[in-house]
Write a protein that binds this ligand. Structure first.
Ligand code: IMP
Length: 427
């Protein structure tokens, strides 16, 4: 019953693609359980590079069944264009399964996302503008449209009417925008229905049967722990649960089925969008991390904010996800610094605090308390085992492991697919 959850331990963009690469051909199902096309990961297969936003990375493996779980929000136009882009490059996408219970990102959800952000002005969240938040809001308000609704025109029309009832009032009276016509939305959505139909399935049943048959199922989290709607830096978060529990609700698999929870942890920290970030750097070190680490969003093209490693956050990720392992990525980016500061605790209003404060006010006031570790200058990209790393790099990894509360079972030492040191196998 090997069910693994792979998720971001920080604010997303930790380099999950590397971990998926490491698991390679041994995975039978790759499941996305939350988020939508706000995620972005680059997967390299042979000499080909693919940027995926919505589809699970398993779509690129001929032996793997990619699954979009019920907890995901699906923009049908993005889905179809991602699929046709892959088909044009010769990738067989026919094995994809999409939950009939997944919610649809409608064109009006995208409009509301953009208009709301503009309206918020200085207080904006810095969303990806893909309609994610408004679609989850409709889901919780029970006015959402689900994939299965595309196959019953009368139900679809009633649901779109219900959803637009209030939204059109808000759009016209508050935001001064034109009302959105029900027929137009229904027509557009029905236009996608037949093309999506072959993929629609009872994914909960399929996945549970696969686990019964001892198949390897990988649950792939989008975004990261600190962007979780419940456990992240609310309100500067995404609108779903990337944390480990989200894999259970977003795929319909019980917690007793999950055998490993792997947190992807960057050797430093990045974040996109607004919100608190205690170790953020505004100097040339931050600029250097951004340049060397190539810290620019796959989905939005925005520069990522960069800072030193924050062990308080890593410990928090271990706790809220029940992490069994870490995959430390991008260690090579730190090569060349003489000294590397690591945040070991915060100072909040003059007091040292070891754990992430639950209070938003306190977290906004948190100042990093740094310990400085000696750096290394040797190229580490060819290291194949932990012992191949320079002593100071080994000590950096060991220090992070001790502070973070779970074993570091793999280390990314370069951008290449095989530039990874495996310490403990994930399977
Ligand atoms: P939304 O998910 O588009 O609603 O955006 C909410 C917040 O999550 C914003 O700060 C985004 O920048 C951030 N976010 C969403 N997806 C990702 C991701 O894949 N990586 C990093 N940040 C993300």
């Amino acid at each position: 019953m090997p069910a693994l959850v792979l998720l971001g331990a920080q604010w997303g963009d930790e380099g999950k693609g590397k971990a998926t690469d490491l698991l390679g051909g041994s995975v039978d199902y790759v499941v996305r359980y939350q988020g939508g096309n706000n995620a972005g990961h680059t997967v390299v297969v042979g000499d080909q590079k693919y940027a995926l936003h919505l589809l699970p990375s398993g779509i690129l493996s001929p032996t793997c069944v990619p699954v979009i779980g019920n907890g995901v929000v699906v923009d049908p136009s993005v889905l179809l264009s991602e699929l046709s882009g892959l088909n044009e490059r010769g990738v067989d996408t026919s094995k994809l399964l999409i939950s009939g219970n997944a919610h649809i990102i409608t064109p009006y959800n995208v409009t509301v996302d953009k208009v709301t952000e503009r309206f918020l002005g200085k207080r904006k969240i810095g969303t990806t503008g893909r309609g994610i938040g408004p679609t989850y809001a409709d889901k919780i308000n029970r006015v959402g449209i689900r994939v299965q609704d595309l196959y019953d025109e009368s139900i679809l029309t009633q649901k779109v009417e219900a959803a637009l009832d209030v939204k059109n009032q808000v759009l016209t009276k508050l935001y001064n925008r034109r009302a959105i016509a029900v027929d137009q939305v229904v027509e557009e959505l029905l236009g996608y229905a037949e093309q999506i139909k072959p993929y629609v399935a009872d994914t909960v049943l399929v996945l549970n049967q696969a686990l019964e048959e001892n198949k390897v199922v990988l649950f792939e989290g989008g975004q990261g722990t600190l962007l979780d709607i419940d456990h992240g830096t609310y309100p500067f978060v995404t609108s779903s649960n990337p944390t480990a529990g989200g894999a259970c609700t977003g795929a319909g698999v019980g917690p007793t089925k999950i055998s490993r929870v792997i947190g992807i942890l960057k050797a430093y920290t990045t974040r996109v969008g607004a919100g608190p970030f205690p170790t953020e750097l505004f100097d040339e070190d931050g600029e250097a991390l951004r340049r060397i680490g190539g810290e620019r969003g796959v989905t939005t093209g925005r520069d990522r904010r960069c800072g030193w490693f924050d062990a308080v956050i890593a410990r928090y990720a271990t706790r809220v996800n029940g992490l069994t392992d870490f995959f430390l990525t991008k260690l090579d980016v730190l090569t060349g610094w003489e000294q590397i500061p690591v945040c070991v605790a915060y100072e909040i209003d003059g007091k040292r605090v070891e754990e992430l404060p639950y209070s938003q006010t306190d977290f906004h006031h948190a100042k990093p308390v740094y310990e400085t570790l000696p750096g290394w200058s040797e190229d580490i990209t060819k290291a194949k085992s932990f012992a191949d790393l320079p002593k100071n790099a080994q000590n950096y990894v060991k220090a992070l492991e001790e502070m973070s509360g779970a074993p570091i079972s793999a280390i990314g030492v370069g951008p290449g697919r095989d530039e990874t040191i495996e310490i403990n196998s994930f399977l």
